[in-house]
Design a protein. Structure first.
Length: 261
């Protein structure tokens, strides 16, 4: 109870929870896009299962500090550059994310979406969950290492993870629906995943890229796309009424021609 009355506890909790939510954005986008390949009745369950697995995985890693520190120990070196277990996980996860993002963009641009709507080419629930678990490992590792760097209090870190996953569970369906209803937003989301995959590979190779730059670029792109959506929404009624206007002009011209005759 003394901890609850400590301002430092609430400051650390809110800061870490906010950071966990931000770090979870790429995770939830990936889960939403993967679950979209399932039949409609299974998508919500896939999102929930994927996020709950991510939560339990992060909590488990938080209680495995020795394992986490072991991943930061050098395993071997190539051309003088040392590689750790964490580096290998980041590189593997980044390459997998690059592959999945590229194939999803291909499906979207090559017209495979029509087959998916017709029920052709959907994947199994177990296949989607296994892919979610693979990426959960990478995202969870990054999240836990960040949490450990911010606080040594495991209780605060666990509560922050639970809060972040709770927020993501609430936001998962609206975000997924919004992405799937707007094709340009879906391509933008897949481009984000490409960027994150490349960032993970670079991190694994020892090239640190500040995440602030990545998330700023993502936020700016989303802002521009929101403006584009609003402009298109305002222009749509004009396009809908344009044939009626043209028809009215043509009718008036015809009547004028008859009158002249």
């Amino acid at each position: 109870m003394e901890m609850l009355s400590d301002p430092a506890f609430w400051t650390a909790l809110l800061t870490l929870a906010a950071l966990e939510i931000v770090l979870g954005v790429d995770n939830i986008v990936f889960i939403s896009i993967l679950s979209d390949r399932l039949p409609p009745e299974q998508r919500g369950r896939a999102r929930t299962v994927g996020l709950l697995l991510a939560m339990f995985m992060r909590i488990g890693l938080l209680f495995s500090i020795g394992f986490i520190f072991g991943l930061t120990q050098e395993l071997f070196s190539v051309a003088g550059h040392p590689f750790t277990g964490r580096d290998l996980i980041l590189i593997g996860g980044g390459l997998f994310l690059l592959y999945k993002s590229t194939t999803e963009i291909h499906h979207k641009l090559e017209g495979d979406e029509d087959e998916r709507e017709a029920g052709i080419g959907t994947v199994s629930f177990a296949s989607v969950i296994s892919q979610i678990v693979l990426l959960d490992i990478v995202f969870s590792l990054d999240s836990v290492i960040t949490a450990i760097g911010l606080t040594e209090n495991i209780t605060i870190a666990v509560i922050a993870v639970v809060i972040a996953v709770g927020v993501m569970l609430v936001a998962a369906k609206p975000l997924s629906d919004f992405v799937n209803q707007h094709p340009t937003v879906k391509i933008l989301a897949l481009s984000f995943l490409l960027l994150i995959g490349m960032t993970l590979v670079a991190e694994g190779l020892g090239q640190h890229i500040p995440k602030g730059y990545v998330y700023f670029a993502m936020a700016f792109s989303v802002f521009v796309e929101i403006i584009n959506l609003r402009v298109r929404a305002k222009a749509e009624p004009v396009r809908l009424h344009q044939p009626l206007i043209n028809q009215g002009v043509a009718t008036a011209a015809a009547r004028g021609a008859r009158t002249s005759a």
